[in-house]
Design a protein around this ligand. Structure first.
Ligand SMILES: Cc1cc2nc3c(=O)[nH]c(=O)nc-3n(C[C@H](O)[C@H](O)[C@H](O)COP(=O)(O)O)c2cc1C
Length: 170
């Protein structure tokens, strides 16, 4: 998929089919995160993937939208040193979300409601914190990015217009 079409057509989705993701798709998503740039190329992140049902459940209880995490085919917590590197984490997150969309996989970021519970669910050390929890899955309502031009996706997006978003300073 064209990179701009992927950006313009992607929306966060919270409802997934029960199908598991293939190993290749999971690897592709995680590798997109690994490839992200970061300040001084420090790569401060760890992508923590809960694999047991018990850990996914415990993590679901710690985010704002538990059902989204419970139903996901893949859950990835982006973990960084406490109080640092949130921007770097954001870059890794968006790379993963877009790489997933390129594979037809929907996704949604989940804010952490209870940090202590999330740390326990993810078995994190004292110096680590989860910046965001990403859920991925095959979308319940399929949307074909190629069904519209990128400019059309852009025009229909529920976003502030560019002239309200950009301020030029001479
Ligand atoms: C930092 C961050 C935290 C978010 N947390 C949640 C969340 O806890 N629950 C949720 O349903 N969506 C969450 N979202 C998704 C936003 O609601 C979503 O990006 C926004 O509504 C735009 O959605 P759209 O791409 O479908 O238009 C989060 C997004 C970001 C960037």
């Amino acid at each position: 998929m064209d990179a701009f079409l992927a950006i313009a057509s992607r929306r966060d989705e919270r409802r997934y089919l029960a199908d598991p993701l293939s190993e290749e798709t999971v690897d592709r998503i995680l590798d997109a995160g690994r490839l992200s740039g970061s300040s001084k190329n420090r790569q401060p992140w760890t992508f923590v993937v809960p694999t047991s049902r018990a850990r996914v459940e415990a993590l679901a209880e710690a985010v704002w939208a538990p059902e989204n995490v419970r139903a996901a085919g893949l859950v990835v917590a982006i973990v960084v040193p406490v109080g640092r590197a949130a921007f770097d984490a954001g870059r890794a997150a968006q790379n993963m979300l877009l790489a997933a969309w390129n594979e037809g996989i929907a996704s949604c970021p989940n804010g952490v409601r209870d940090g202590d519970a999330a740390c326990r669910a993810l078995a994190l050390g004292d110096d680590e914190e989860p910046v965001i929890v990403l859920s991925f899955g095959r979308p319940e309502r399929a949307r074909d990015p190629e069904s519209r031009a990128a400019s059309e996706w852009s025009a229909r997006a529920n976003r502030r217009p560019l002239d309200e978003t950009v301020r030029e300073v001479a």
